[in-house]
Design a protein around this ligand. Structure first.
Ligand code: ZN
Length: 138
């Protein structure tokens, strides 16, 4: 069995952002040489998410508005977590959007459903954050 572990680092220019990281995951898969197996992609930070959805900018704005309704960033004082920090909303948004995805690897490719792409969701950005890519198979 082959295994491959790779860390990707992202630093967004804004507090919240949605990045299509499918090209970086495809690159890791090509590097791994795995033809049949599984590819795990997870955020290594508790205020960021990895999720699969459509690469459509209107949908990303809809995610942003929906998450801000569920867990508005401000006022910071509304959250018990915000004693020394101001990122309670980011922890909650991450919980809703999820930590990781697992994609089947078939014939050397990510075996996606129609329109599926992998996204990094940043909810407390403007600093380096890591994403783990782990690929196992043969
Ligand atoms: Zn925090």
């Amino acid at each position: 069995m082959k295994t491959c572990r790779k860390e990707l680092t992202f630093r967004t220019q804004t507090r919240r952002a949605y990045l299509n990281i499918t090209p970086q995951v495809n690159a890791a898969l090509a590097e791994s040489g795995v033809r049949e197996g599984l590819c795990l992609v997870n955020a290594m930070n508790i205020t960021a998410s990895v999720f699969i959805n459509d690469n459509e900018s209107g949908l990303h704005r809809d995610f942003e508005r929906w998450l801000e309704k569920l867990a508005p960033e401000k006022p910071h004082s509304q959250y018990d977590h915000n004693g020394y920090e101001d990122n309670a909303d980011a922890h909650l948004k991450r919980s809703v959007m999820g930590r990781e995805v697992v994609v089947a690897v078939t014939n050397g490719k990510l075996d996606f459903g129609t329109w599926e792409q992998i996204f990094y969701g940043e909810f407390d950005g403007m600093r380096d954050k890591r994403v783990l890519v782990k690929i196992i198979g043969e």
